[in-house]
Design a protein around this ligand. Sequence first.
Ligand SMILES: [Zn+2]
Length: 384
Amino acid sequence: MVYINVAVCLSVLLLMIGLSVGLSVNTFKGRDVLNSVPLIDGHNDLPENLYEKLSNNLSGFHFEDDLSNDDAWGRTACPVCHTDLHRLIAGKVGGQFWVAYTGCESQYKDAVQRTLRQIDVIKRLIDRYPTNLQLVTVAADIETTWRNGRIASMIGIEGGQSLESSLAVLRLYYELGVRYMTLTHTCNTPWADASSVNDGSVYNLTEFGKKIVLEMNRIGMMVDLAHVSHNVMRDVLAVTRAPIIFSHSSAFSICQNYRNVPDDVLHSVKENKGIVMVNFYSGFVNCNSSRNATLQDVVDHINYIRNLIGVDYVGIGADYDGVNSLPVGLEDVSKYPDLFDRLYDSREGEPTWTKEDLEKLAGRNFIRVFQMVETASIKIIEDR
Ligand SMILES: [Zn+2]
């Protein structure tokens, strides 16, 4: 009888262990990695909307509210508005590059002043929400800031027109906390061509353009190749002494828009140990205008880049607040977890995503690139 009782107890115990193991395996979802690593998005244009809609006056701006149905900021009133604090938290965003952008119309005019105003509004937004946002300027602070419950808020500049061809201005932007600069927006600068020239090769990257890249390497500012022409991507990858980023670009082989990254450049990004942070914009992820873009299109771009160059060189740069059309299923900043769930539930023909792989996509790859850029800067300074 004793033996039978022991046997029964043992089998119940084994059943319970089995069930709990089974349960923990079955209940894991892709989104759960966003509890173990900060989700870092490379590009959000909210500051541009603050300029357009409020002239950067934040006094009546309720960033803490769910603005999805707001009269001014909701999805009906504003097709380019996708961001508020409420939805960033729902979307488990842990690190965000806020973009200081000034349009090409300001080139040769007031581009420096406009850029400074955008850096200022980013800092004022961060200051207004000290329990939720914190300015971060070094890679090591991203994870600690996120562990303390705040979104690591970083500043990027979109478009080399913001420099007015001055290295002094570049260095002072760094002093103000800017950690990447996209070399062009949709217009050429005097020293680099934009993707819109489609490589009729106007100037590519000029000698002065190379100087700018090397100065960015020296001071530790990331070089962002989103928006540049394909030849400028190649030129920069040939001269840079630090890893580069694409803060918001997708794969050209899947959707032939020149904003996307061609295969040969993807291979160079792997050699360079850089990162392509995938853009969600409908027009970049789906080139078939007879149907709507969906979350699956973004999955396809991420998987394409992963299959071609590996899981270490891909990240997320959704372009929220900078575009007027987003895939079904990724409509605003609250939706990132759905993407991670979907990648984890891979379908036939797709790569299998482990927890570690998803952590790399979410933030580890970007943090590694940022650290390598910092290390390269120290080395360049020491070598002099
Ligand atoms: Zn852009």
